[in-house]
Design a protein around this ligand. Structure first.
Ligand code: PLP
Length: 447
């Protein structure tokens, strides 16, 4: 490859920056470097490119900035924290904000998911949850329970635990055999539910795949079943009505732990604190990230039921480490400060209620796109939805071109394959929804 560079035009003294050294994640790097899409500033619902042109952010960055971009309260809290205490050794040393944030998060979770383990990302939260599940069964004297059940089209991050659970083929197929002992249920994107807002009427029987695996492998060998309540990164697959409840019943009947990966669906995306509450199903473990700090600091967490936590603690020798796991930046002071400031904003501004109130208008707008001929399906729940475009040639080719064209037309969103995923910040107003739908419509008609 030859050398590539781009000119940043809005900074005083226009400067060239080399495009060669930075290897971008989940990006067609060669394509990007020919045609860079740079963002240099953000505020509220908007981003600005280096030419000073404004874009509306229709996917909250990457499903993170639920309170909108560049919130001063969060920036101030992080700055103040870094001046007061920048870092502590997180093993055997604590600082008050870790405990305060854990208490605040626990108050938002359903049931007895009241023990909080901090990580730095959703991927780490997923791997941590897998280890908690395994440690729990060891503590219970059922160490044979090592298998995990996941689902086709699942996204659980990119660490080896997460890609072993993954059901998006491209995210696993280049990386060897991954972890043994993972079986995948079928995904829930069934034709009968196409163009249905909310939970589809069809497909509850897909939960019975879990029973088939129990019959095949034996419940005594299965540690946990991992699902995203709404499969997010694959393109917002809302579960069929009753599906999550049925998974809960099957897990209960066979003492299998149920884990909800709420990295996207947490913190108001579905109109409640977590999708668990929206769907009325309480898991045993829950992973989260992104919205916990409004994306302003890297942070993830696992909420763990007291029952699981107590079993692990009680099995450890008195005075000894209960769980041999953790990260240098677990509960980083700046991330905790960002988390506390973020939760204050969510509460003070009633953002989850606000998102819930806007949802019908948002979904009406999104589903109005069904009449554009290139649209293959529309799905949505809360302030979360997806528009699939008809595949043309290689799967994902048209989706990628669509996403690039949207950016040129003033709209940022995340696309996976041929699905465009729409998840505006919860501060959005009707006028923002109108702009998002107008740009989507205009762009859909042009691809
Ligand atoms: C459901 C789910 N789990 C895990 C992750 C991984 O999170 P991260 O990118 O912070 O590692 C994501 C990211 O989008 C996600 O959507």
């Amino acid at each position: 490859m030859g050398h590539a560079e781009t000119k940043l035009q809005d900074v005083p003294n226009t400067r060239a920056i080399s495009m060669d050294e930075y290897w971008m994640p989940f990006t067609p790097n060669r394509d990007f470097k020919h045609e860079p899409k740079m963002v240099v500033r953000a505020e509220g619902m908007y981003l600005w490119n280096e030419r000073g042109e404004r874009l509306i952010d229709a996917s909250s960055g990457l499903f993170c900035v639920n309170a909108g971009h560049c919130r001063k309260e969060i920036a101030d809290a992080v700055g103040a924290q870094l001046r007061e205490l920048d870092l502590i050794a997180p093993f055997t040393r604590g600082h008050p904000k870790q405990f305060e944030l854990a208490t605040r998060v626990a108050a938002m979770t359903p049931g007895d998911l009241n023990r909080i383990f901090f990580t730095n990302s959703g991927s780490e939260a997923v791997d941590t949850a897998m280890k908690v599940a395994l440690a729990y069964w060891q503590a219970k004297g059922q160490g044979g329970r090592t298998m995990f059940i996941s689902r086709e089209r699942a996204y659980h991050g990119v660490n080896f635990g997460g890609i072993s659970l993954a059901g998006i083929a491209n995210n696993r197929r280049r990386f060897g055999p991954t972890l043994p002992g993972v079986a995948h249920m079928r995904h829930t994107h069934v034709k009968e539910n196409f163009f249905q807002p909310g939970e589809g009427a069809h497909g509850v029987e897909l939960a019975e795949d879990l029973v088939r695996f129990i019959n095949l492998y034996g419940a005594e060998n299965i540690a946990a079943c991992f699902v995203e309540p709404i499969a997010g990164s694959t393109g917002c697959l809302v579960p069929p009505a009753g599906y999550l409840k049925r998974l809960r019943e099957i897990c209960d009947a066979h003492s299998i732990l149920l884990v909800f990966d709420e990295v996207i669906t947490g913190f108001g995306r579905t109109g409640q604190n977590f999708a668990a509450q929206s769907f009325g199903v309480t898991p045993d473990l829950m992973t989260m990230a992104k919205g916990i700090t409004n994306g302003a600091q890297p942070m993830g967490a696992v909420a763990i039921s007291e029952r699981i936590h107590n079993a692990i603690f009680n099995s450890a020798p008195e005075g000894g480490i209960e769980f041999f796991h953790g990260y240098t930046y677990s509960g980083h002071p700046a991330a905790c400060a960002a988390g506390l400031a973020t939760l204050d904003i969510y509460q003070r501004e009633g953002l989850f209620e606000r998102g819930r109130a806007l949802s019908p208008y948002f979904l009406d707008g999104l589903f109005s796109l069904r009449d554009v001929p290139v649209v293959a399906d529309v799905r949505g729940y809360g302030l979360f939805g997806a528009v699939d475009v008809q595949t043309e040639g290689t799967p994902g080719k048209r989706g990628h071109a669509f996403q690039k064209k949207l950016f040129d037309n003033g709209l940022h969103l995340k696309a996976t394959g041929d699905s465009a995923i729409v998840a505006p910040p919860l501060i959005a107003e009707r006028a923002h929804v109108d702009s998002i739908i107008e740009i989507l419509r205009r762009t859909l008609k042009s691809i």
